[in-house]
Design a protein around this ligand. Structure first.
Ligand code: 3H9
Length: 704
């Protein structure tokens, strides 16, 4: 092996072992594909070698092409005469020995090998669609030949990681090892068994199994809603279709053409960006990665309402025992019943096995009082969102919890420092703001109080990751970062009604943009009483707070949304479909007339920009106040807290697509027209003047 090569060949008896060693995940970075090719060539010419094993060093087989190379001038996969072709041409059989991940180009290499074996913990998949491209190394042609079109389409269009036992059932893996097996030794033993077999079996020589010629149209139809505005899922289908319509090499050429169309598309750029910022968000510039974290094994949740129950489920779903308590046995039983119902719904829908539900439920222990949770490592307070309700809870926690326990609040807006001040251990207090439904939404906003210790914060961030969340750090500001940046959007959407829009019109614009639901329909789902209560609180605190007369009127009429059968829409009994309601249109008209606001028509683009630009401006203020580390953290929050379409990258990434100057000019114009609420932030003005993109904006030093 030449000193710098990430790929080596060594011989053990008759077997050549090709090892890829390119940490952390053996992506096909510079020199990897060439290294594999070179080793294959040497193995083929070494008469002492009768068969070869391809294996990854470290934690994975090969995680795919180096995503950092896409969209740059760096040759994408410098496969030249490609590694797949070299494998196809290899005289001697090659076994892919898979552990960790074999993904994308890595799985394509495994499919071009003659045999595949894996540990049960391994996963294989073609996740290219998730970064806006398609498998470009023959994956769309080999996989249907290996497992049939139906299963191949499912894997390629969803991009899901398939666990090795399932891959064995599908016919991807030839040999599944026991978990404690030694992969290296087992692969050598396998290679010795098959080294005399000639010719070596090649996936490319197999016939494609097309179970149903209608499958492609059916697939296009079935993804129409979730894949709207996207190209990659459709190109994936077209590439698999080609595997049925043409010989292997022509299919690969078709795949390459489709790949080129996608590689630098706006969608692919946004999805790549999302991939990297989701990893960046874990890095805290002022808290070293080496900060010791508390190793927690037990958790407690106080409050068994919708949020508390969802939080308890999040722990249970990821294997943690969790205790849950409430003010009264009746409230606790109601909360437990809600948890049982939620799990039962998942079982009914087929997304959760009955025995797994039982295991999860067994991890959630309802307890009577504070004494029962005293020895838990972390406790999350999720009681009613009122300072006067939360404060005594923190005082009590301070009294009962063992030293070193971490005390977190699931408040969505209240001042964390005031809660910390109720204890004699403010260093152990922080906010952990879950998004609703807490067991589903991936965002966890970790709120840093002025006394929160680095250890507390690092543990909170890690805790989120260990229960399947994306943790993002936020400063202690009203609404923290996610909700504060979203608040102007919420205000603007009702002001649009005062000016002549209807809820269904606004919702349609946002759904067309890519949100799963429109904001008014979401309001009906969450309950309009919640916003009403928080507006009243804010109005009491701030005399300049702008009330929302239309929203207030609906809430005062008891139109709280789905739960009362009427909100921004009306609902039929037992059905969640929102129906536009003439009564709402009449209220909007009447209130607007009362306010003397002239009515007019709105173009879709104006609606979209009114909502999102208002939030861009607020997000800039958050950065300029040092309440978030970087613009990309806010993008992560929008992707995972609010359902912002991932293929648009995030709020700032999307705004960069329009251009910082255009955004500024529009906001400045609305400032003239509408007054103070549209005053451009200083950071926005600076960015526009210097021509700096939002993504490059520097946040002020973090202020807890
Ligand atoms: C492709 O293969 C195209 C082909 O069809 C051929 C076309 C011709 N590249 O996620 P983690 C980094 S497209 C570059 O935290 P985990 C990652 O950024 C590719 N870097 O670990 C992070 O860096 P840092 C198809 C990559 O254990 C570090 O590795 N493949 C790549 O939670 C650790 O990652 C994919 O889409 C990459 N391919 O999860 C797979 N992968 O420490 C993408 C990872 O600096 N990767 N990094 O932040 C993944 O899904 C996950 O990383 C994986 C490990 C499941 C592998």
């Amino acid at each position: 092996m030449s000193g710098a090569s990430p790929v080596s060949l060594e011989r053990q008896g008759d077997i050549g072992i090709i090892t890829v060693n390119y940490p952390p995940v053996n992506a096909l970075g510079p020199g990897v594909a060439e290294g594999i090719k070179d080793c294959l060539a040497r193995g083929n010419t070494d008469p002492a070698i009768k068969a070869m094993v391809l294996i990854g060093a470290g934690r994975s087989f090969i995680a795919g092409a180096d995503i950092r190379g896409f969209g740059t001038n760096r040759p994408r996969l410098p496969l030249g005469q490609r590694v797949y072709d070299t494998l196809d041409a290899s005289e001697k059989p090659v076994i892919a020995a898979i552990h960790g991940y074999a993904l994308g180009g890595g799985f394509e290499i495994a499919m071009a090998c003659h045999y595949r074996m894996a540990l049960p913990s391994a996963k294989v998949g073609l996740p290219e669609v998730l970064i806006g491209i398609l498998p470009g190394g023959g994956g769309t042609q080999r996989l249907p030949r290996l497992i049939g079109v139906k299963a191949a389409l499912d894997m390629i269009v969803t991009g899901r990681h398939v666990p090795a036992p399932e891959a064995k059932r599908l016919g991807i893996i030839d040999e599944l090892l026991p978990e404690n097996a030694d992969l290296h030794d087992s692969a050598i033993a396998y290679a010795m068994r098959i080294m005399g077999t000639r010719p070596s079996p090649r996936v490319r020589d197999r016939m494609v199994r097309l179970e149903d010629p209608g499958i492609f149209d059916a697939m296009r139809k079935s993804i129409a809603r979730r894949a709207r505005n996207q190209t990659a899922p459709y190109h994936c289908i077209a590439a698999v279709e080609a595997s049925c319509a043409m010989p292997f090499d022509d299919g690969c050429r078709r795949e390459a053409d489709l790949f080129r169309e996608l590689e630098d598309s706006a969608e692919a750029r946004a999805l790549r960006y999302a991939f990297f910022i989701e990893r960046e968000v874990a890095r805290l510039p002022d808290i070293p990665a080496s900060t010791p974290v508390r190793d927690f094994t037990t958790a407690a949740v106080i409050g068994s309402g919708t949020m508390g129950g969802g939080i308890a489920m999040s722990f249970a779903d990821f294997g943690f025992p969790v205790k849950i308590m409430d003010a009264t046995p009746e409230a606790l039983e109601r909360g437990m019943q809600r948890i049982r119902d939620n799990y039962a719904t998942s079982v009914r829908r087929g997304s959760l096995a009955e025995n797994e539900m039982q295991r999860r439920l067994a991890r959630i222990e309802p307890v009577a009082g504070y004494e029962d949770i005293a020895d838990c490592d972390v406790v999350i307070e999720a009681v009613f969102e009122e300072m006067d309700v939360k404060k005594p809870v923190f005082a009590k926690l301070d009294e009962v919890m063992k030293p070193g326990a971490l005390l977190f609040s699931n408040t969505s807006a209240l001042d964390i420092d005031q809660l910390a001040d109720m204890t004699k251990r403010p260093q152990d207090v922080a906010g952990t703001h879950f998004f609703s439904p807490a067991n589903v939404m991936k965002l966890l906003e970790v709120v840093r109080g002025k006394a929160s210790s680095p250890r507390t914060l690092a543990t909170a961030m890690q805790m989120g990751r260990r229960i399947g969340k994306l943790s993002a750090m936020a400063g202690n500001t009203d609404g923290f970062v996610a909700n504060r940046s979203r608040a102007p959007f919420n205000t603007e959407m009702v002001i649009l009604l005062e000016e002549g829009c209807l809820p269904e019109q606004v919702d349609k614009v946002m759904v067309d943009f890519g949100y799963p639901m429109g904001p008014f329909a979401v309001g009906d789902l969450a309950g309009l009483d919640i916003g009403y209560a928080s507006r009243k609180r804010r109005a009491a605190e701030n005399p300049n707070f702008r009330m929302q007369p239309i929203s207030d009127r609906l809430a005062e009429m008891g139109r709280y949304g789905q739960k009362t059968g009427a909100g921004w829409y009306r609902y039929e009994k037992g059905d969640r479909t929102p129906h536009p309601d003439p009564e709402v249109a009449a209220i909007i008209k009447e209130v607007s007339a009362g306010l003397g606001i002239p009515q007019r028509e709105f173009a879709d683009q104006e609606i979209l920009r009114r909502l999102l630009f208002s939030s861009v401006n607020e997000a800039c203020k958050i950065l300029e106040e040092g309440k978030a580390y970087r613009p990309s953290d806010i993008d992560v929050m929008w992707l995972h807290g609010f359902g912002f379409p991932r293929y648009r990258g995030g709020l700032f990434f999307w705004a960069d697509g329009i251009g910082v100057r255009e955004v500024y000019n529009q906001i400045a114009a609305w400032h003239q027209q509408y007054g103070e609420r549209w005053a451009p932030s200083r950071l926005l003005r600076d960015l526009a003047e210097s021509g700096t993109s939002f993504r490059e904006a520097k946040a002020a030093a973090f202020v807890p």
